[in-house]
Design a protein around this ligand. Structure first.
Ligand SMILES: *[C@@H]1O[C@H](CO)[C@@H](O)[C@H](O)[C@H]1NC(C)=O
Ligand SMILES: *[C@@H]1O[C@H](CO)[C@@H](O)[C@H](O)[C@H]1NC(C)=O
Ligand SMILES: *[C@@H]1O[C@H](CO)[C@@H](O)[C@H](O)[C@H]1NC(C)=O
Length: 209
């Protein structure tokens, strides 16, 4: 939407590639609320670029051109990814280190509505344990936490993981079984791990890839 430039690291005062006369600028000029989800992963300069651009498009010197921007996110989660960056680089790129941050009004959500409305006590336990890990109050040794058995199912190998999610892959007749497949997934932190697991599963499925 904002056409935020990609070279945020080298540009001190980036602006978005949205010209004043474009259709996009017209939409931005008229809008009254912008919702920016997972803002903890955004580079602070991306947010600053949007500030500059909105001020320019709306010819309005107020912060964000006087559009209300709702940022949502949890700083216990993923911070901006800085290629080959150090921890300090990541913290520095974070929205909290932006000159805009003092202007943000902070509101906290304290109840996990998903766990609450679902009425599943296990979901509440899971959510509480996850919060403790995020707060750093979960028992740890040398910076590592041991996940207890009641928090998740622990498997000793990738092959066992695949089995626990997909069962015997060679039995999958994927022609008439798409909905069954769509109900399961394996997520990994990195793309190469996903590719390796994907490859391993596809190797076992019979028929055309
Ligand atoms: C927002 O953008 C304007 C215009 O570039 C700039 O003068 C101002 O310093 C920015 N505000 C912040 C808090 O960065
Ligand atoms: C889909 O495949 C799984 C695993 O082989 C099997 O348990 C399930 O019964 C299949 N469902 C249908 C509708 O074929
Ligand atoms: C898995 O591999 C197939 C074939 O190479 C590819 O089409 C598909 O996008 C891959 N899926 C994922 C999630 O990487």
């Amino acid at each position: 939407m904002f056409k935020i430039p990609l070279n945020l690291d080298i540009n001190e005062t980036p602006v978005c590639a949205v010209s004043r006369n474009s259709e996009k600028a017209k939409i931005l000029a008229e809008c009254s609320l912008i919702v920016w989800d997972e803002c903890t992963m955004a580079h602070k300069k991306a947010v600053e670029a949007v500030n500059r651009t909105l001020q320019d498009i709306r010819r309005n010197d107020h912060i964000m051109g006087r559009i209300t921007v709702l940022f949502c996110g949890d700083f216990r989660q993923t911070l901006p990814v800085i290629t080959r960056g150090t921890r300090a680089d990541e913290v520095n790129a974070c929205l909290k280190c932006s000159v805009l941050w003092p202007r943000v009004q902070k509101l906290s959500l304290t109840r996990n509505m998903r766990a609450h409305l679902g009425g599943n006590p296990r979901a509440q336990e899971f959510s509480d344990a996850l919060l403790k890990i995020g707060e750093g109050s979960f028992p740890e040794s040398n910076g590592l936490v041991t996940l207890p058995e009641n928090l998740c199912k622990i498997v000793p190998s990738v092959e066992k993981l695949i089995y626990s999610v997909y069962g015997d892959v060679s039995q999958i007749t994927h022609k008439d079984n798409n909905s069954w497949l769509c109900e399961r997934a394996i997520l990994t932190p990195k793309n190469d791990q996903a590719a390796a697991i994907n490859h391993s599963i596809l190797e076992k499925v019979e028929g055309d890839e």
